[in-house]
Design a protein around this ligand. Structure first.
Ligand code: GDP
Ligand code: IMO
Ligand code: MG
Length: 430
């Protein structure tokens, strides 16, 4: 088979690695940008012409009218959220929206968000810390086979029947919990009938379109949401999201053959963050964490929550490489580390005094893991205007080299600020 021009963009940690910035940067050269999982739990910040945009559902190539942006079958779509995002772009004078939506994608309804919040509350101290966007309950309906898909919006009789059935079950559930609130069928139906008009022109069988594009050697970017450690199957379960952000989920979630992904680029933050609950081995809670949080603007794009901060963890990167077939990484938020006297990198885990080059499946084992660190000297210089590897301070160069050594991965690109021009390519990405 000839070389394909498809590239997967995967968050290698717990999300918020800068996937939006890098996807947008690479999208200028792309023909297609495809979101394949998650929903508006994602928050991808992009700075363009000094304006900040927060995308939740729309792919990060949406600013370019020559790029076809696709929401594939694996995404769960909050119709009202999507319409709001489209309107927000229009308000900002981005009017030529080049978007396609898979008719097979499932919908997220307001009742999913309510159920998400109810489950979180019921879990008390064991809550996951979800974004409360209804992601878990929407995927639950999909696998329970009671979900409602985009295509169903256009068969009113079927839609009414399915919506009634769903609302019946949801109301019964609310009642059983003693919650004195009923979901109103007529009101929801009316709102859906209005919103469907806006998305109607975008609805297609996107699987065939992506398949044909890849065969035709078009440049196709797959934009992951979340990160490997939030993967439903390979992350720190149960403190994960309800889909798989890994490269292996792309074929299923877009409807293309497994061998249609040519390369996998990992997006990796120069330190680690996590938003939501769950074990975070390299977490720090001191003044350095506070400094990184402010400098890196580490507050959730979707929920505004302060992100937890930790040292770079090379074990996570080796894991992400193995699970996804990552061939190279883009290292982001590197500028944030200027002005820190000493920097630590986690290089190995051990459990019961034995080295383990894996992430234990049981949370109670993960909690007991001992982390081995190396310590490197930091640098004071501001690097936000640096344009090459050679222009970096010596200690910054050593930090990058250590990430390559212990992460067992090549850094193909690094980023020293949120703007597209603050991106340094060390090799051709695609
Ligand atoms: P995503 O979810 O992976 O797209 O990441 P988010 O957008 O949620 O979070 C990344 C944050 O870092 C955003 O505020 C970006 O604007 C910002 N950002 C991305 N790359 C860089 C960088 O190299 N340096 C700095 N200082 N900020 C960056
Ligand atoms: P992007 O694409 C960071 C986290 C939540 C919570 C867990 C489950 O911006 O990197 P969910 O609402 O999905 O049921 O929440 O997953 N989470 C994210 N954390 N970045 C994200 O997306 C996230 N999407 C979900 O905080 O811990
Ligand atoms: Mg984010």
């Amino acid at each position: 088979m000839k070389t394909l021009n498809s590239l997967a963009i995967i968050g290698t940690q717990w999300g918020d690695e800068g996937k939006g910035k890098i996807t947008n940067y690479l999208a200028k050269k792309a023909d297609f940008v495809v979101r394949y999982q998650g929903g508006n739990n994602a928050g991808h910040s992009i700075i363009l012409d000094n304006k900040r945009f927060a995308l939740h559902l729309l792919p990060s190539g949406i600013f370019y009218k020559n790029v076809c942006n696709i929401l594939a079958n694996g995404v769960v779509i909050d119709l009202f959220g999507l319409v709001e995002e489209i309107n927000n772009l229009k308000k900002n004078n981005i009017k030529d929206i080049n978007l396609l939506i898979s008719e097979r994608a499932h919908l997220v309804f307001p009742y999913h968000k309510e159920i998400d919040a109810i489950f979180e509350k019921a879990k008390g101290k064991n809550k996951i810390g979800t974004t409360k966007q209804g992601i878990g309950p929407a995927y639950t309906d999909k696998v329970t086979r009671i979900g409602i898909r985009v295509i169903d919006l256009f068969d009113q009789k079927y839609l009414e029947e399915k919506l009634k059935e769903n609302i019946f079950w949801k109301n019964l559930f609310l009642k059983s919990l003693g919650i004195n609130k009923e979901i109103d069928f007529d009101e929801l139906l009316q709102k859906l009938l209005e919103a469907r008009i806006i998305i109607k022109p975008f609805i297609k069988d996107t699987s065939k379109i992506i398949y044909d594009a890849i065969l035709d050697n078009k440049k196709v970017l797959f934009e992951g949401a979340q990160g490997v450690q939030l993967c439903l199957d390979h992350g720190t379960y149960p403190f994960v999201t309800s889909s798989s952000p890994t490269a292996s989920s792309i074929p299923l979630n877009t409807g293309i053959p497994a061998n249609f992904i040519n390369e996998v680029l990992g997006i990796t933050k120069s330190y680690t963050t996590r938003v939501g609950n769950g074990v975070f081995l390299t977490e720090i809670n001191d003044k350095i964490a506070a400094k990184i949080r402010i400098k890196g603007n580490e507050f959730g794009t979707t929920t505004g929550r302060a992100r937890r901060i930790g040292w770079f963890d090379a074990v996570l990167i080796r894991y992400a490489k193995r699970i996804n077939g990552i061939t190279k990484i883009s290292l982001t938020l590197f500028d944030v580390l200027s002005g820190i006297k000493e920097l630590k990198i986690a290089i190995n885990y051990s459990l019961d005094n034995k080295n383990i080059d894996c992430i234990p499946t049981l949370l109670k084992d993960l909690e007991r893991v001992k982390v081995e660190y190396i310590t490197l000297k930091g640098w004071d210089e501001d690097i936000t205007n640096v344009k090459s590897f050679d222009a970096l301070p010596e200690n910054a160069k050593k930090y990058l080299k250590a990430i390559e050594k212990y992460g067992e991965i090549r850094i193909a690109q690094f980023s020293v600020g949120p703007k597209p021009e603050q991106t340094i390519d060390l090799e051709k990405i695609w």
